[in-house]
Ligand binder design. Structure first.
Ligand SMILES: Nc1ncnc2c1ncn2[C@@H]1O[C@H](COP(=O)(O)OP(=O)(O)OP(=O)(O)O)[C@@H](O)[C@H]1O
Length: 323
């Protein structure tokens, strides 16, 4: 049996005034797994994560973190989780070391402060006041504080916002090491490249519901691949073999550049290349690639949006929302 560290069933969250931000979602995260919760602005990521952290009670449904209800059994869960919020909000006048000592005082089983600062590469800034840190350094301090209690489960909310490309890659490496050492990580991010780099599985939220869920590789593989190339002068798309027979589901042309979409990349690419060889045609700037997570995300979000735009069948009614 897999060891489910986070287990969510039919979870709902309703804010005062009756707005239902989370509309019956279910997912689970195994021990040592890195799970990404993605979604457009206002999709319900933070509303969900706050329920997992025990900061609010669900309107309906069930949450278990390390086998406990994080809201009613907060004392059992809190010491075993680490939370990196979007904005740590540490006192601006304290130095980095003072902040860490203060935080360690409230953390049971805290690791040495210097060790936590060292892990995130901010130890050399120990004597600097929080207000003098750069945005990226503040994010590192936020992460160091989340790691102080050697958490079994780490909640990372937009961990690399404000970091430059190098800082982002360093944080990714650190998160990978934590995961490899057995820490379970729940990540929310707007950087799809970040989710693609780090996560094994993900869920894409849209208006409080899960629009797609699964292994990152499978979510991406469900999207069409692309083949693009330039035809030489005198050749047109109509000169290619019948596209449907190549397994091509759609195409666009801009000038001499042709882009094909296909769910059968090998068949389409093979058919195209055999035709080019036999016809002695040089395909310029040939590019063959599977979809990216960003493409998958945009398409899934659009499909979910089109679905909810359909009216009462797609969108929940006021009555349904008053859970
Ligand atoms: N305290 C609140 N009262 C009422 N509505 C709220 C409250 N907090 C959030 N919402 C609404 O709930 C929905 C989900 O918000 P949430 O912050 O969970 O989304 P998110 O996916 O984290 O968005 P973002 O990516 O912008 O951080 C939004 O429509 C938001 O306006």
């Amino acid at each position: 049996m897999t060891d489910q560290v986070i287990d969510v069933t039919d979870l709902r969250r309703v804010y005062g005034g009756g707005f239902e931000a989370v509309r019956g979602i279910s997912f689970s995260v195994g021990r040592g797994e890195l799970f990404a919760l993605l979604g457009t602005n206002g999709a319900g990521k933070t509303s969900t994560v706050e329920l997992l952290e025990g900061l609010a009670a669900p309107a309906a449904g069930r949450v278990r973190v390390l086998g406990h209800d994080p809201y009613t059994e907060r004392a059992a869960v809190r010491p075993r989780i680490g939370v990196m919020l979007q904005e740590g909000g540490f006192p601006a006048e304290l130095t980095v070391a003072e902040t860490a000592r203060m935080w360690a005082g409230c953390t049971s089983g805290a690791r040495p402060v210097a060790e936590a600062l060292e892990i995130v590469g901010i130890a050399k800034r120990s004597g600097v006041r929080v207000k003098q840190l750069s945005g990226g350094e503040k994010r590192r301090l936020d992460l160091a504080m989340a790691l102080l209690g050697r958490p079994e489960v780490l909640f990372l909310d937009e961990p690399t916002t404000g970091l430059d490309a190098e800082g982002r890659r360093e944080t990714w490496e650190l998160v990978r090491q934590l995961r490899d050492n057995g820490t379970t990580v729940l990540l929310t991010t707007h950087y799809l490249e970040e989710a693609e780099e780090l996560a094994e599985r993900l869920a894409i939220l849209h208006e409080g519901r899960i629009a797609a869920e699964g292994r990152v590789a499978d979510v991406v593989a469900a999207q069409p691949s692309h083949i693009s190339f330039e035809l030489p002068d005198g050749y047109f798309v109509g000169d290619l073999p019948p596209l449907a027979e190549l397994g091509v589901s759609g195409h666009e042309t801009v000038g001499r550049r042709v882009q094909l979409r296909t769910d059968e990349l090998q068949r389409a690419a093979t058919g195209l290349l055999l035709w080019a060889r036999d016809a002695r045609v040089e395909l310029g700037s040939l590019d063959v690639r599977t979809a990216t997570l960003e493409e998958a995300f945009l398409r899934i979000a659009k499909e979910a949006q089109d679905g909810t735009d359909e009216g009462p069948a797609g969108r929940r009614t006021e009555k349904e929302m008053a859970v």
